[in-house]
Ligand binder design. Sequence first.
Ligand code: ANZ
Ligand code: ZN
Length: 796
Amino acid sequence: MKKYQPQLIEPKWQEKWSEDKLYQAKDGSEKPKKYVLDFFPYPSGDGIHVGHLKGYTATDILSRYYRVKGFNVLHPMGWDAFGLPAENYALKKGLHPRITTAQNISNIKKQMQMVGLSYDWSREINTTDPNYYRWTQWIFIQMFKEGLAYEAELPINFCPSCKTGLANEEVIGGECERCHTQVVRKTIRQWVLRITKYADRLVEDLDQLNWPDFIKEMQRNWIGKSEGSRVKFKIKNKDYSIETFTTRVDTIYGVTALILAPEHKNILDLTTTEHKKEVEEYVTQAQNKSDLERTQLTKNKTGVFTGGYAINPINGEQIPIWVADYVLGFYGTGAVMLVPAHDKRDEEFAKKFGLEIRQVINEQSGVLIASDKFTGLTINEAKKAITDYLKKDSSGDFEVQYKLRDWLFSRQRYWGEPIPIVHCQKCGLVPVPEKDLPVLLPEVERYEPTGTGQSPLANITDWVNTTCPQCDGPAKRETNTMPQWAGSCWYYLRFIDPNNNTFLVDPDLEKYWMPVDWYVGGAEHAVLHLLYARFWHKFLYDIKAVSTKEPFTKLSSVGLVLAEDGRKMSKSLGNVVTPDQIVAEYGADTLRVYEAFMGPFENTISWDPASINGMHHFLERVWGLFNKMEPKETPILKDLCIMHKTIKKVGEDIESIKNNTAIASLMEWLNYLSRKDKVSLEEYKVFLQLLSPFAPHITEELWETIGENYSVHRQSWPTFDKKYLEEEEALVVIQVNGKVRSQLTLPHDQISNQQQVSDAAKSIPQIQKYLEGKEIVKEIYIPGKILNLVVNQNSN
Ligand code: ANZ
Ligand code: ZN
């Protein structure tokens, strides 16, 4: 037989599969469905590298497997093409982002096809396509109508380098998520989405998701649900109170000051003339600090006294009011009751400024002390009793707070979906009528960010000036665009019905295909995309546009692939490995099998060129095994046992993305088959089928070579017969002084533990008889075969 030449076989089959629409999902099928989805990529100028393919290969294996298991599989791909990365790349190239985006997409698509990924390309979508973003805008308008999208003048995180506002989720450790520039505070007019309205459901519904625990935990922490109490402190000589939020109302007898955030609205009013200058200076200073800087535990505490006093509602005591920037303006009520004895930060603050430290909890027993009639209660009892007591005169109540903030949704950049709103002098904010969608992104000469807090769209006067859809009077278009996360909030719905011109997704199709059964991607999106998409989905559920409460039932997080040198693959380090290189040298199947074999799916693993050779050799041996194939041959019992064992193992492993062990068991079987003189047609066929999701081209070619009907990818997955798995058990013969006295049948996984085998042997009555009154002087064990107990003859 001819040599294995993947470069000849692979393009041939790729073309044929595409012509035959082998991987198209069928609408209206009777079959059960599986929706297997990758995080769709943004079309980066560098294309994809072998790291991206770890996830894409895994979902491809799953999709191919489920197809031959009898499912109608939806496995689509598209492009998340709006947003900062795409725009910054275009700026660097000096070309329009539409042009660079199209180039990058065509390059990546070619790479994906070259690897034989079985996407249903008939459903390809692109978030920058007007037929797509029309519906992104439509969803925004529904949110606006429901009061979930609103305008606000807010001090926001602003990236001086990207020249745009950022969402809290995009600020990592005080830096811009994209360019790592330190963000600054800037107060500008903004569009904000009321994600906080969904905070509770976003926490609660995590429980029903089959997601990695660490990602669920990251979302929980980000949303930061906190149950506590709201306590009102009357202000001395004023006719108002200031509210605080506390999770430790049980410590209320230990309060020795009231601390306000520098943003608190009552500061200037309650500050006495004597302290005015100092307080004003402090407040101005705090404005430039990020929340992170302000709350760092290691940070030296700062603050100033206002001269004002508040009254503790529990005992009428007067306490001083201070301003300190470790209290955040946008959490809780922006004011805290200071309890230095039981809170670390409060303690540092009190020590620095000489405020009283009063202990009210016995930290050993967790019981209240020096707390009047509440003394002796446990912390939890006191939380309830004190809040109930405060409720009586409305000076307190139970309260739940969230760390989650509303989502800053406008960007002062060009390459995004225009926000479909018109500003009318008479009518105010008016949504663009649905029949006029999409609001097309206009062509511009210069799309560089202006840095003025306005988007480049603001300079296109004839686009900006429009008429009000409501009163026909003169009006101006909103010139901010949506952030890069908008399009990815609902794209998984559009794959179901990509060409629908009357709705974002047909309800019947949506009911059939949703939810996504298995979603696979990197953990870097744990609180960005994955939280935003859940929010939009819940909104769409509320307006009855979708039928499920959650979009993604099951999520798997793919580990990072590092370069050979153990560092992150990056162009600047020159250590990027592209699929193009590997496919040219070894072929796509070798690359795929290697990606699958790289070790536990979630782990971070370094690229290892030596192992690629090994994978290539494995496929060459599969190719060569053809020469041993003898159609007249029938497999013997032993052959059948290993075959059925492998069928079971490979199926189970694929279903839990343990592709490395699936391939290991195929290798083991291949070794077995290679040792035989002849291999039956049945064995060879099953082998090809089991290998086909991993190495689709070579298996298709060999399937044809042995004269089977096209295509191996349309056969039913082999089933295993339990009766051949029984060999799983081993028979251990028990001897006493070399004479066979009994036997034990043990599962294979127990035979390696000598102690266990020996204990089991000694509990057999037949054996006990021979041991009675004797001493065992030695045990000889041949694993899985013989246990010989040597006893002392003399003691008889
Ligand atoms: C009194 C107290 C005593 C507190 C004690 C803690 C321990 P989480 O769990 O994060 O919700 N706090 C409230 N609002 C704040 C703000 N805007 N900026 C900074 N800190 C704020 O934490 C709630 C606790 O954080 C609250 O409970 C409050 O301090 C503080 F032994 O009140 B506590
Ligand atoms: Zn109007």
